[in-house]
Design a protein around this ligand. Structure first.
Ligand code: ACO
Length: 312
């Protein structure tokens, strides 16, 4: 059975925080942020919007695009490192709010690679015939764990959500190959401290990402029986334009074939790939039959990549 994404959706909070705004908060400059990261602005959710609210809006959008009703969802998987509360899970909150009465629900914790982990998990349940429809969401309210006095990290992150409804697709479409990986020895480079703040050794994460992202992308494309030049659209984790550019150049694909939502959203951790994917579908950048590669990396350290033939 071929398993793919039947519909995607996303939600970005309205409130925009620009680089000029950050210049007033910490010792930084628009020039530094743009040239080192590619980020021009990011969205920050207001106090009345928590992680589960953003997840709900993205999920509704994806269900509508997929033309699947909430009652037909068998499993909800939410990838987040910033849940409303450690328990109940965001996925259980959603199960109730969406009216997904028969769905099982659990949260997945693989940081920025979490959406990849969620989609691959969903694929296993559908392929084995256990479930028919799985709803996967990547969502983060990183603003609540950001140290707004630390210029090394506070300029990088933003809030948002992206979602996908998974199910059976026609032969030759859907997920062609995947890779998931972890290396816990790199955990010290990116973690949450006892003040609940995100702490990052940017240089170490950069070194890891610049190697891992292209390696994983090449691996999944080769395993799927295609070549780098066959890729129609690349959706890398939106963490730093320089890391993304390194991956793009190693794959030898043109600029217009890579998602760059980082400019306006910053790094949304596990939400970044599904947000970029949903936007690309809505903007017509991804069309039926396109070969797409999604690749992410994050705290853990974790990574994941998926090669997918778009369409139902
Ligand atoms: N404004 C101005 N100067 C700054 C800022 C800032 N916002 N932040 C750091 N600097 C300074 C540093 O203090 C340093 O100064 P020094 O040389 O006097 O010590 C200088 O700029 C250079 O710092 P570097 O860390 O070398 O800068 P670099 O070019 O490596 O860029 C960055 C830093 C953007 C964090 C980069 O390392 C990076 O993107 N790393 C990867 C991060 C990542 O991918 N995270 C993804 C996983 S996290 C997640 O998704 C949840």
């Amino acid at each position: 059975m071929d398993v793919g994404l039947l519909g995607t959706g996303h939600y970005a909070p309205e409130n925009v925080l620009t680089n000029a705004d950050l210049e007033k908060m910490v010792d930084t400059s628009d020039e530094w942020i743009t040239s080192r990261t590619g980020i021009e602005e990011r969205r920050i959710a207001t106090d009345d919007i928590d992680t589960s609210d953003m997840a709900y809006y993205a999920a509704k959008d994806a269900l509508e695009e997929a033309n699947v009703s909430a009652e037909d969802i068998d499993l909800i998987l939410v990838s987040t490192v910033t849940p409303d509360t450690p328990f109940p899970s965001v996925s259980c909150m959603l199960q109730e709010r969406l009216g997904a009465t028969k769905a099982a629900a659990m949260d997945v914790s693989a940081a920025c690679a979490g959406f990849m982990y969620g989609v691959v998990t969903g694929q296993q349940f559908i392929q084995t015939g256990v479930y028919k429809h799985v709803l996967v969401i990547g969502v983060e309210k990183l603003s609540k764990i950001t140290d707004w006095s630390d210029r090394n990290t506070c300029v990088l992150f933003g809030d948002g959500a992206g979602a996908a409804v998974m199910g059976e697709v026609s032969e030759g479409k859907g997920i062609l190959s995947f890779e998931l990986g972890a290396n816990g020895s790199g955990g010290e480079h990116l973690y949450q401290n006892d003040k609940n703040h995100l702490i990052m050794n940017g240089r170490e994460v950069f070194k890891f990402a610049v190697r891992q992202m292209p390696d994983s992308a090449v691996k999944v494309i080769e395993e799927s029986g295609y070549k780098k030049e066959d890729i129609d659209y690349l959706i890398p984790h939106q963490a730093n334009i320089r890391i993304m550019e390194a991956a793009r150049q190693r794959l030898g694909i043109s600029e217009d074939k890579m998602a760059t939502s980082i400019k306006k959203y910053g790094n949304n951790s596990s939400a970044s790939i599904p947000m970029a994917l949903s936007e690309a579908v809505k903007n017509g950048k991804i069309e039926d039959g396109d070969l797409i590669v999604m690749v992410g990396f994050g705290a853990g350290l974790t990574w994941g990549a998926i090669a997918l033939r778009w369409g139902r």
